[in-house]
Design a binder for this molecule. Structure first.
Ligand code: COD
Length: 308
């Protein structure tokens, strides 16, 4: 029951992405520390939409109590007992790495705790490469989805790590149907200025992409965010190129910039953000406690498409 995403502009918003995921084969979602209402509401929605079957790992009595409150029928759901957040994270990661699940989802557990399990050398979901956080932003003002990386995992990545952060984002968007995404490596200006080291790195990354050290994408930088997103701004500043004004992926210099950028889109522009992890052997849904069930559902939908 294969499903192939056909056109790049298929997902101009989250509803389109969700509709595409509904046509994909059903996946098994394993939730680490699942005893939380919004998480269980999202699982309920994902089951109802035909996206997933679920394995819920955590304190079973708590899961049952919360499930009853949100009306999640547990008769078709697998429950795995683990008392602590740490034990639930480990068990959930192991289930996915052993092939008893297709997608890992973060429940009521700290990101760092779950990520340490994901990174575990013995049973984690890591490959050789760096793993990274990718935020998927739906902003009505832009009329398209834009990805931001890495505003959630790698604290102060160096050049080599940024190369992998870009490649992970490109690989994730490729799985979602982007043919040759346009990547803007962000800085405050477009000219290389040795006093702004991120401009030097951005230029190096663009050159690395030209030389085949990053594949499957058009990479340009340094670009300020207005130039990356707005054709008018790019025109006014006389910045040409295939990425200016049309970036699909924004690469930020470090976690603080990415975190502030991502959260700003929500509070200044009423954007919706879903989060994923790139570079792992299996897709990981990384949601924040502030996310509604609907947004958690969108993250699940994206990972369902990624596992096709
Ligand atoms: N990709 C691959 N391997 C990694 C990565 C990575 N991103 N980070 C660490 N490793 C490997 C290291 O090479 C090492 O082998 C092992 O994992 C442990 O490395 P440490 O000790 O440097 O890493 P940790 O365990 O201290 O931290 C890794 C975290 C992902 C937990 C850490 O980077 C973190 O807490 N990031 C921020 C997460 C967060 O709070 N996000 C929320 C923001 S909204």
């Amino acid at each position: 029951m294969g499903y192939t995403v056909e056109v790049k502009d298929l997902f101009s918003d989250f509803d389109e992405l969700l509709n595409a995921a509904k046509k994909a084969a059903v996946k098994r979602l394993v939730v680490a520390a699942a005893g939380e209402k919004e998480v269980l509401k999202a699982v309920k929605l994902a089951i109802e939409e035909g996206l997933v079957e679920a394995t819920l790992v955590g304190a079973v009595a708590e899961i049952k109590a919360q499930a009853a409150e949100v009306g999640l029928d547990l008769s078709e759901v697998e429950l795995v007992s683990s008392q602590s957040q740490a034990a639930a994270s480990k068990r959930a990661v192991k289930l996915v790495s052993e092939g008893s699940g297709d997608i890992l989802m973060k429940g009521l557990v700290d990101t760092s705790l779950l990520m340490k399990e994901v990174l575990n050398e013995e049973y984690g979901l890591r490959q050789e490469q760096l793993i990274s956080h990718i935020a998927m932003v739906e902003a009505e003002s832009l009329g398209r989805l834009v990805f931001i990386s890495d505003g959630g995992m790698n604290l102060k990545p160096e050049l080599k790590e940024k190369q992998q952060i870009i490649q992970n984002a490109v690989d994730v968007t490729a799985k979602l149907g982007w043919d040759e995404p346009k990547v803007a490596v962000l800085a405050a200006v477009e000219k290389v200025n040795p006093q702004m080291p991120e401009t030097v790195e951005a230029a190096a990354l663009a050159k690395m992409a030209q030389r085949g050290q990053i594949t499957g994408a058009l990479v340009e930088g340094p670009l300020a965010i207005d130039i990356a997103l707005s054709k008018e701004a790019a025109k006014m500043k006389g910045v040409e190129g295939q990425v200016a004004g049309q970036a699909d992926i924004l690469i930020v210099p470090e976690i603080v910039a990415g975190n502030i950028l991502g959260k700003s889109t929500i509070y200044f522009a009423e954007a919706r953000i879903a989060a994923l992890i790139g570079g792992t052997t299996q897709p990981v849904v990384l949601t924040s406690r502030a996310n509604t069930a609907q947004i958690k559902l969108i993250s699940i939908a994206a990972t369902v498409l990624m596992s096709e």
